[in-house]
Every structure is written in structure tokens, then in C-alpha cells.
Design a protein around this ligand. Structure first.
Ligand code: PEP
Ligand code: MG
Length: 676
């Protein structure tokens, strides 16, 4: 037997992501492995067990392995724990990378909000729903009053098999919709079903005479409670996952179907404190016109699911929504985040009209997706995709993308215990280049650190990871890692039309250093010249754009980070969600300055932040001279349709007026007034 004592160094303790990295690594060894902390002992191959330890930052743990490969197991686990198990920052659990890539399309023709009777939230999925409210209650199974031998009931093993099949189907559906992060939720649920500790606890209880259903329920409740009792929002989310999957198995044991619930048969607007991913994924858009929840932000998984299902949604809604009477008529506006209660007849009529127009507009946009986006005054604007996988590139083409304006390469590096090799990376970049043929693909080099740490890269704990060793800074400090990625891109470039883009540039020296490395590698590989651009997402890059422009081929403005750094507002903080607005004149001035500098030197300026798919922002961005809009894949058709409806030469004065507004709200009102 081998054992070692260690300290948990990551700031948020052994919460979900580091626990998953630890458990997945432990599973690779044959030895029995345990983790001990605070008098508790956990099976290191059981996620549930590791989570219930509640090991926080600075906790001493004892790692023990017993078996043929115990030495190797301890050595590798020790190295992984010492490097922080891929976690430096508590924000990573609240904001998955993908969640920010898919914000709602906000249309300027939103219905007017009337002060009395309007409850405020944040728009999470676009569209307007008009109908009576329905308070969604989580189904609770009362096992003391059901006949467990009843018709349709299945045993525990069968229920587990069926639950896995359902989760596999949901996983597939989400993948088909290119929702990797949501697919991962259901994958994680399926993993919980394989947890050895849960199965063992059920067996022990059944041996004492409990029914299987009760044994399962008690086990889930107990484990979820002990995780929730750790009183940490990150652990609490895992407790919710456990309850969600627990309920699925129980429902199957009791012989209930997936959609069976207390939902009315006529269409409703759902309101609830919160919803689970399983609840949301099971909503039938014919019966659920829209939903509003008190918890959550616009980048949460629930919001992304709503957008994928085409269900208008608002999140972070004021608590008073929960006190409304059942069947109260409401207008839920997913564009501006409002819930209008008991609307007057004329407002109701206008809302219904807006609802119809929205649906028609979306259908029309989808029909036209393959045509180029040419404005009324004959200016072609390329609308490209923000992509993060090989599958995304095929989907981008299907949705009419004119190329890939941002390929986030982090997907190759996250959720694994070793870095991808040069060849592994080459095959992915090559596949994407071949898929897109002659269309341009802007490959952004690794943007990790900050909210996206990885376990195999040693990093010192940082007080402010978003202001720390992130993006290009991290790559320049690790030339081997950077070289491998650049070599893989350069090797794949001849298969299509690849370009290279560096993230988080804040200084000219970074461009020069990165460029020199590319030149050196090009000589080594004997590869042709390649276009090189930078992301403008740090205010210093925007302010110095005229100095940087001669050194690059294009700028791509990352408004998600540019807004965060300009307004000093964490992009993942749901309490600030309504204020984190890229239409703030301070951000617009930096965008304008960047575009002007690019054009002065004959270079292109694109946008790849979420603002590019915000319908209120598109006219301003085009008026400022933006050359290309790179947007989330589902937004491509509607953004193209909007470009076709605009006369860009008319938008220049509107855009300049926006620069002189004093708030983002004023800019939004200006746009609304212009188009009204
Ligand atoms: C941005 O910051 O706007 C951007 C597109 O990059 P990411 O969202 O990947 O940080
Ligand atoms: Mg960014």
C-alpha cells in the first residue's frame, strides 16, 4: 500500500471540476484508491464520494492506493493535485466557456414596457410569449403511498438501464443541436448512475429490508444533502444534479413516462424559482410558450437550452413573480427581460403581433440563410461563425456561414489530463480546413488561464485570474506548448484557408514575439505566409490600435472581454448581467477607434464578441464600419437577414450619435427610435 499526505491548493476546494479530474484519473488505475479528509474516507473513483468530503482550499488529505499500480497511481495523482486539478478560480463553475458563446438575439422591435405591472428580469432566450402563467412544481414521489409492485413498475437495474438510455438520447439531441456544454450535463448525469458508491449504498439498504425505490431515494437524498450541507454554491450545483438524476431513476422505477407531470394540456407560460436541465429539456414548445425563473443568468445552461428549443425565456426575475396567482395573463418578453402582468387589451394585441412577427422573421431568415448578406445599398457583409469543434464547422456551413471568424481552440485542451499532441491538433485543424474549403477560418490560439484553467499546466495561484497569466501571456511563457499549436496550424493551413489570431493582446511586444515564433516555424516547415491577426479585447489594444495596425493583417474585436475590462464588470457575474452591456458608449468608442485605425492602414476590422449578434448593436457596428460579424451559429440566419434590411450609408450618423450618448440604455433607445 502507498500513501501520501497533501494539501488541496485550488481556491475552491475539491468541487465539481477538480473532483471530476481526480476521479477520472483515479479510474485509470487498477488499485483501490481512497482519499481521506476530516475523519471521512472517500472512494477516489466515486464522484459522489469525493464531493461529500467537502475538502476546501488548504484542506489536508491523505491519498492511499493499494494494488499492482499503486506507485504510479500515487505519483500521477500527486502531480495532478499539486497542479490544482485544473482549477484556479471559483468562477469556472458558474460560467462554462461555451455558455458565453450563445447570447440571445435582441431585436429592436421589442414591445414597449409599461412601468406598472411589469416585473423585471434578464432576457435569456429571444421571443415573446403571451398566455396564462403556470407555477411549475417539481414532482415529489411519495413512496409511502404508492404500491411498489404496481403495474409498469420496474426494478432498480432496469430503471438504471432505461435512465442511461434516456440520458444518452438527451446527450445525442444536445450534440445534434451543437450544444456541447448541455450535452455534457446529461453525460455527467449518466456518469453518476455508474457511481460505485451509490449502487453499494442502495444494496446495503435493500439488504436491511427497504424496497429498491426507497433505498434509492434515501441514498440520493442523503448524499445530495451532505453535498448541499457543505454550503458552497459550487457543491450545491452538484447536489442538484444528483437530485435531478435521482428523480429520473425513481420516475422510471414507478413506471412513469418522461413527459408525465402535472402540466396542463393547454399552452402556458411557466414560472418557477428554478428549473433543472431535465425539466427544461423535456418541455414541449407547443405547451410551454415561455418560462421565467428567479435563479440563473443569461449564460446558464437553462438559458442555452431554452434558446436551443426556441422557447422565449427570462432569468434572474424578481421574486414577486412567484406570488402571482395561477392563470394570471402575462406577456413574457425574452428580448428585454420583462414580464408584463395583466396587460391592457391594446398592449396584449401588440404583443401578439410582435410574437407573430418574430416567428415569421425567424422562419424567413432560415429560408434565406444560404444567400449572402448584402445590404440595401449593395455592401456585402460577411457573417461568419464562432465555432468550437469539427462538428461546429459543418453546422456553420449548413446555417449559411461565410467562414469561421473565431475558432476557439480551447475545446482541444480542456477536460483532459495531458495536452493534445501536435498531430492530434493537426488532424482537427486539418478536418476543419477541409470542411470549410476556400472559406476563411480564423484559428484563435489557446486562450486558457482566467476562467479556463487546465490541470497539466502548472500555474501559480492568482488572486485575479482574469487579470493574470491568460491567453497569449500564458502561451508566450510556455513556448513548447505554443510551438506545438502553431506548428499544427501551419501544417494544416494548405488544406484550406486558415488564418492565425492571438487572444488577449495588450502590448505590441506580444505581437512581435508571437510573430517571430511563427516566422521561425514557417522556415522550419517550409510553409507559405499566413494572415495574422489579433483579438482586440483589452482596452490598451483598442487605445493603441493605430500603433498595432501596421503589424497585423486584421483585428477581431472581442466585446465579451472588452466590455468586462472596460467597465470593470465580471462577464460571468449574474448580478451585473443587465449592466454588462457592450453598447455602453465607453466600449463603442474603443470599437470605433479600433475600426478607424484598421481602415487607416488598409486592414480589416471584425467583431467576434456576442455584441455582433445583438440586433440593436448590428446597425451601430455597421455604421462604425465593421467589416465582418462573427456570431454564434444559431444567430447566423437572423443576423444575415438583418444586414439585408439595412442601408449602411444611412447608419453612419446614427453610429456617431451613439458615441455621444451617456449610457448603454440611451444607445438602445436611440436605435429603437431610429427604427420606429
Ligand atoms: C470575447 O472576449 O469577446 C471573445 C469572443 O472571446 P471569448 O468569449 O472566447 O473570451
Ligand atoms: Mg475573450
Amino acid at each position: 500500500m502507498k500513501q501520501i499526505e497533501l494539501f488541496i491548493q485550488n481556491k475552491t476546494g475539491l468541487h465539481a471540476r477538480p473532483a471530476k479530474v481526480l476521479v477520472n484519473l483515479a479510474k485509470q488505475f487498477k488499485s483501490d484508491i481512497s482519499v481521506q479528509h476530516g475523519g471521512k474516507r472517500a472512494n477516489a473513483k466515486s464522484m459522489v464520494s469525493v464531493l461529500t468530503l467537502g475538502a476546501v482550499n488548504g484542506s489536508g488529505i491523505i491519498l492511499q492506493a493499494n494494488g499492482a499500480d499503486e506507485e504510479k497511481a500515487i505519483a500521477e495523482l500527486e502531480a495532478a493535485i499539486r497542479s490544482g486539478l485544473g482549477d484556479n478560480d471559483s468562477s469556472i463553475e458558474t460560467e462554462p466557456a461555451l455558455a458565453t458563446s450563445d447570447a440571445p438575439v435582441k431585436f429592436p422591435q421589442a414591445i414597449e414596457t409599461v412601468e406598472p405591472g411589469v416585473i423585471k428580469g434578464v432576457g435569456a432566450a429571444p421571443g415573446i410569449a403571451v398566455g396564462p402563467i403556470f407555477h411549475f412544481q417539481q414532482v415529489e414521489y411519495d413512496l409511502d403511498h404508492v404500491d411498489l409492485s404496481g403495474n409498469g413498475h420496474v426494478n432498480f437495474a432496469e430503471a438504471l438501464t432505461r435512465a442511461k438510455a434516456e440520458l444518452g438520447e438527451l446527450h445525442q439531441q444536445m450534440n445534434d443541436k451543437k450544444l456541447g456544454a448541455e450535452a455534457a450535463i446529461f453525460e455527467a448525469h449518466a456518469e453518476l448512475l455508474d457511481d460505485p458508491e451509490l449502487a453499494e449504498a442502495v444494496q446495503v439498504r435493500v439488504a436491511t429490508g427497504l424496497s429498491q425505490a426507497k433505498a434509492w431515494k434515501v441514498t440520493i437524498d442523503e448524499q445530495a444533502e451532505s453535498i448541499a450541507a457543505l454550503n458552497d454554491p459550487l457543491f450545491a450545483a452538484r447536489a442538484d444534479d444528483l437530485r435531478d438524476v435521482g428523480k429520473r431513476v425513481l420516475r422510471l422505477m414507478l413506471g412513469h413516462g418522461e413527459k408525465e407531470d402535472s402540466m396542463p394540456t393547454t399552452p402556458v407560460v411557466i414560472v418557477a424559482r428554478e428549473l433543472s436541465p431535465s425539466d427544461t429539456a423535456s418541455f414541449d414548445p407547443e405547451r410551454v410558450l415561455g418560462f421565467g425563473i428567479v435563479e440563473g443568468g443569461p449564460t446558464s445552461h437553462i438559458a442555452i437550452l431554452a434558446r436551443a428549443l426556441g422557447i422565449p425565456a427570462i432569468v434572474g426575475v424578481d421574486e414577486s413573480m412567484l406570488t402571482l396567482e395561477e392563470k394570471t395573463p402575462v406577456i413574457l418578453n425574452g428580448n428585454d427581460g420583462t414580464l408584463t402582468v395583466n396587460p391592457a387589451a391594446d398592449i396584449l394585441e401588440r404583443a401578439k403581433l410582435s410574437q407573430r412577427r418574430w416567428l415569421e422573421y425567424r422562419r424567413f431568415a432560415q429560408e434565406q440563410a444560404a444567400s449572402p448578406a448584402i445590404s440595401l445599398d449593395d455592401i456585402r457583409v460577411d457573417v461568419t461563425a464562432n465555432a468550437g469543434s469539427i462538428a461546429d464547422s459543418a453546422e456553420a456551413l449548413r446555417m449559411g456561414a461565410d467562414g469561421i471568424g473565431l475558432l476557439r481552440t480551447e475545446f482541444l485542451f480542456l477536460e483532459r489530463t495531458t495536452a493534445p499532441t501536435e498531430d492530434e491538433q493537426f488532424s482537427v485543424y486539418n478536418a476543419i480546413a477541409e470542411t470549410m474549403k476556400t472559406l476563411p477560418v480564423i484559428v484563435r490560439t489557446l486562450d486558457i488561464g482566467g476562467d479556463k484553467p487546465v490541470p497539466y499546466i502548472q500555474m501559480k495561484p492568482e488572486l485575479n485570474p482574469f487579470l493574470g497569466e491568460r491567453g497569449i501571456r500564458l502561451c508566450l511563457n510556455r513556448p513548447e506548448l505554443f510551438r506545438e499549436q502553431l506548428r499544427a496550424i501551419l501544417r494544416a493551413a494548405p488544406s484550406g484557408n486558415l488564418r492565425i489570431m492571438f487572444p488577449m493582446i495588450s502590448d505590441i511586444a506580444e505581437i512581435r514575439q508571437a510573430r517571430a515564433l511563427i516566422e521561425e516555424l514557417r522556415a522550419e516547415l517550409n510553409s507559405p505566409p499566413i494572415q495574422i491577426g489579433i483579438m482586440v479585447e483589452v482596452p490598451s489594444a483598442a487605445l493603441m490600435a493605430d500603433v498595432l495596425a501596421p503589424e497585423i493583417d486584421f483585428f477581431s474585436i472581442g466585446t465579451n472581454d472588452l466590455t468586462q475590462y472596460t467597465l470593470a464588470m465580471d462577464r460571468g457575474n449574474s448580478a451585473l448581467a443587465s449592466k454588462h452591456d457592450g453598447l455602453h458608449p465607453a466600449v463603442l468608442r474603443l470599437i470605433a477607434q479600433t475600426i478607424d485605425a484598421a481602415h487607416k492602414f488598409g486592414k480589416r476590422a471584425d467583431i467576434c464578441g456576442e455584441l455582433g449578434s445583438d440586433a440593436a448593436a448590428v446597425p451601430i457596428l455597421l455604421g462604425l464600419g465593421m467589416d465582418e460579424l462573427s456570431v454564434s451559429i444559431p444567430s447566423i440566419p437572423t443576423v444575415k437577414a438583418q444586414v439585408r434590411s439595412l442601408k449602411i450609408s444611412d447608419l453612419q450618423s446614427l453610429a456617431r450619435e451613439a458615441l455621444n450618448c451617456s449610457t448603454a440604455q440611451e444607445v438602445r433607445e436611440l436605435v429603437k427610435k431610429h427604427f420606429d
